[in-house]
Design a protein around this ligand. Structure first.
Ligand code: HEC
Ligand code: HEC
Ligand code: HEC
Ligand code: HEC
Ligand code: HEC
Ligand code: HEC
Ligand code: HEC
Length: 371
C-alpha cells in the first residue's frame, strides 16, 4: 500500500515538475510520440507535400536542440491541432530558455528589429505582393546542426572541461555551443553570392517586382534589375569564383563590418544616407580593403554592365570594337580568298605532300615558290 502511495506521489511530482518547467529535455511535451513516424505527412489541398516527421537524433544536434517544440510552435494548443495560419515566427520569445547573461527569456528580437527596417523586412505571412518576393528568416536559415557527430568533439579539450564540470552532457553541449561560434561556420564568400543570387538573378521576378514598386510610386536602385549578373562581371567575382576569400562579396559592400552578424540583417538601399553603398559612404566601404581608395577610385563600378540604359559609353565602345573586330576578321578572310584565287589562276596548286606548300611552276612565269 505504502509503496503504491509513494509511486503515485513520485509520479505526480514528476508531472508537476515537467509542467512547471523544471525538468526539461528535448521533447518534454511528447510531441515526438506522434511526430517520430517517418511517413507522417500529407498532401495539402493545393497539392503541396507536407512532411511532419521530426528525426530526434538530428534535432538533438541542432542549435535549437534545447528549445521546446511549443516555444516555436506556440499555436499548437490542442489535439488534433487547429489549421495553421501563420506558423513559426522568429521573433517569438522562448519560454524554456533564459539568456544567461541578461537573465531574460531568450529571443531573436534584436535581429528581427534590424531586419524589419531593412530592404528585405516583411512579416512571416506576406502582407502584399511586394513583400512576397522578400526573404523571411527561414529563407536564409535552416536549423543548423552544431556538430555532425558528437564523437567529433575534441577529446583533449572536453576532457579538460570534465575535470571541473563533471557532467558529460553539460560539457558536450556547452562546448558545441561555443565551438560552433569560434570555428566560424558561416557561409563562404561564394555561398553568400549564391544566396543573394537566388533572387537577384531571377530576371522575371525582378522585372515584375520593379513594376509593383513603380505602381506604388516607389523607386529602386539603378542596378536593381541586374545586381548579381553585373557583379559577376566584376573583378571581385572573377577571383572569388576560384576560391579567393579576400575579395568583396555582396555583404562586404552591403553590410557594415562592425558587429557583422547583426549588420548582415541591416541591408539598406544605396539611396539611404546611412547605407554602406550610399555615395557619401562608398570611399569608406572600399577602404576596408583598398587602403588608398579615393573619390576617383569610385568611378570603377562594382556592378559593371555594358547595357545601353546603364552605361552608354561602355555599350557604344563595346559595339564599335565589336564591329571593328568583325570587320578585320572579314577583311582577312577576304584577302586569303583573293590570294587563293590569284594563285590558282597562276596555276599554282595546293598539295599536301612533304608538308604543305604551294608548288608547281607558273606557266605565266609568275613563280611564287622560293626554293
Ligand atoms: C497524438 C499525436 C500528435 C501529437 C502528440 C502531436 N501531434 Fe502534431 N500533428 C499530428 C498529426 C496527425 C498532424 C497532421 C494533421 C493534419 O494533417 O491535419 C500533426 C501536425 C502537426 C503540425 C503541422 C500542422 C500543419 O497543418 O502544418 C505541427 C507544426 C505539429 N503537428 C506540431 C506538434 C507539436 C509542437 C506537438 C507537441 C506539442 C505535437 N505536434 C504533438 C499529431 C500529433
Ligand atoms: C526554433 C524553433 C523550432 C523548434 C524548437 C521546433 N520547430 Fe518545428 N518548425 C519550425 C519552423 C520554422 C518550421 C517551418 C514551418 C513554419 O515556418 O511554420 C517547422 C516545421 C515543423 C513541422 C512541419 C509543419 C509544416 O507546416 O510543414 C512539424 C511537424 C514540426 N515543425 C514539428 C516540431 C516538433 C515535434 C518539434 C520538437 C521536437 C519542433 N518542431 C521544434 C521551428 C521549430
Ligand atoms: C537574406 C538572408 C538572411 C535573412 C533574411 C536573415 N538572415 Fe540571419 N544571417 C544571414 C547571414 C548571411 C548571416 C551570417 C552568417 C553566415 O554567413 O551564415 C546571418 C547570421 C544570423 C545569426 C547568427 C548566427 C551565428 O552563427 O552566430 C542569427 C542568430 C540570425 N542570422 C538570425 C536571423 C533571424 C532571426 C532572421 C529574421 C529576423 C534572419 N536571420 C534573417 C542571412 C540572413
Ligand atoms: C578549472 C576548472 C574549470 C575548467 C577546466 C572549465 N571550467 Fe567552466 N566553469 C568553472 C567555474 C568555477 C565556473 C563558474 C565560474 C563563474 O561563475 O565565474 C564555470 C562556468 C562555466 C560556464 C557558465 C555556466 C553558467 O551557466 O553560467 C560554462 C558554459 C563553462 N564553464 C563551460 C566550460 C567549458 C566548455 C570548459 C572546457 C573548454 C570549461 N568550462 C572548463 C570551472 C571550470
Ligand atoms: C528571397 C529573395 C531575396 C534574397 C535571397 C535577397 N534579396 Fe535583396 N531584395 C529582394 C527583393 C524582392 C527586393 C526589393 C525590396 C523592395 O521592394 O523594396 C530586394 C532589395 C534589395 C536591395 C535594395 C534595392 C533597392 O533599390 O532598394 C539590396 C541592396 C539587396 N536586396 C541586396 C541583397 C543582398 C546583398 C542579398 C544577399 C545577402 C539579398 N539581397 C538577398 C529579394 C531578395
Ligand atoms: C564592391 C562593392 C559591391 C559589391 C561586392 C556588391 N555591391 Fe551591390 N552595390 C554596390 C554599390 C556601390 C551600389 C550602388 C550603385 C549605384 O547606384 O550606382 C550597389 C547597388 C546594388 C543594388 C541596387 C539597389 C541599390 O541599393 O542601389 C542591389 C540590389 C545590389 N547592389 C545587390 C548586390 C548583390 C546581390 C551583390 C552580390 C552578388 C552585390 N550587390 C555586390 C556595391 C557593391
Ligand atoms: C572585402 C574587401 C574588399 C572591398 C570592401 C572592396 N574590394 Fe575591390 N578588391 C578586393 C580584392 C582582394 C581584390 C583583388 C586583389 C587585388 O587587386 O588586390 C579587389 C580588386 C578590385 C579591383 C580590380 C583590381 C584593382 O585593384 O584595380 C577593382 C577595380 C576594385 N576591387 C574596386 C572596388 C571598389 C570600387 C570597391 C568599393 C565600392 C571595392 N573594390 C571594395 C577586395 C575588396
Amino acid at each position: 500500500m505504502k509503496l503504491r502511495y509513494g509511486i503515485t506521489v513520485l509520479l505526480c511530482g514528476w508531472i508537476f515538475l515537467i509542467l512547471a518547467g523544471y525538468v526539461h529535455g528535448a521533447d518534454d511535451e511528447n510531441c515526438l510520440m506522434c511526430h517520430k513516424y517517418i511517413k507522417m505527412g500529407r498532401v495539402t489541398k493545393d497539392g503541396e507535400r507536407k512532411y511532419y516527421y521530426v528525426d530526434e537524433s538530428i534535432f538533438s544536434k541542432t542549435v535549437h536542440n534545447r528549445v521546446r517544440c511549443r516555444d516555436c510552435h506556440n499555436y499548437i494548443d490542442r489535439l488534433p491541432h487547429d489549421p495553421v495560419k501563420v506558423g513559426v515566427t522568429c521573433n517569438t520569445e522562448c519560454h524554456s530558455i533564459q539568456n544567461p547573461s541578461t537573465k531574460k527569456k531568450f529571443n531573436h528580437k534584436n535581429i528581427y528589429e534590424v531586419y524589419r527596417k531593412s530592404v528585405h523586412g516583411r512579416d512571416k505571412v506576406a502582407k502584399n505582393e511586394r513583400d512576397k518576393d522578400k526573404p523571411y528568416c527561414i529563407f536564409c536559415h535552416t536549423n543548423p546542426v552544431y556538430i555532425p557527430d558528437e564523437k567529433e568533439l575534441p577529446k583533449e579539450i572536453t576532457e579538460r572541461c570534465l575535470v571541473c564540470h563533471k557532467d558529460r552532457r553539460f560539457v558536450n553541449h556547452r562546448y558545441a555551443h561555443t565551438g560552433r561560434r569560434i570555428k566560424k561556420v558561416g557561409r563562404s564568400p561564394k555561398e553568400i553570392v549564391e544566396l543573394c543570387s537566388i533572387c537577384h538573378e531571377r530576371e522575371e521576378m525582378l522585372h515584375e517586382h520593379l513594376k509593383i514598386v513603380e505602381e506604388e510610386g516607389g523607386e529602386l536602385g539603378k542596378k536593381f534589375l541586374y545586381a548579381s549578373e553585373s557583379y559577376k562581371e566584376s573583378f571581385h567575382w572573377k577571383v572569388i569564383k576560384f576560391g579567393f576569400k579576400e575579395a568583396a562579396n555582396c555583404l562586404d559592400c552591403h553590410a557594415e563590418k562592425d558587429n557583422y552578424y547583426l549588420a548582415v540583417h541591416d541591408i539598406r538601399s544605396s539611396r539611404d544616407p546611412g547605407s554602406t553603398t550610399h555615395r557619401g559612404n562608398r570611399v569608406r566601404t572600399c577602404r576596408r580593403c583598398h587602403e588608398n581608395a579615393d573619390e576617383n577610385f569610385l568611378e570603377i563600378d562594382p556592378h559593371p554592365t555594358a547595357r545601353k540604359d546603364d552605361n552608354p559609353l561602355v555599350y557604344w565602345v563595346e559595339h564599335v570594337y565589336g564591329l571593328v573586330g568583325d570587320g578585320v576578321t572579314l577583311a582577312l578572310i577576304g584577302l586569303m580568298i583573293l590570294e587563293t584565287i590569284g594563285r590558282r589562276r597562276d596555276g599554282v596548286a595546293w598539295v599536301l605532300r612533304k608538308g604543305s606548300s604551294w608548288r608547281r611552276k607558273s606557266p605565266r612565269g609568275r613563280d611564287r615558290i622560293y626554293l
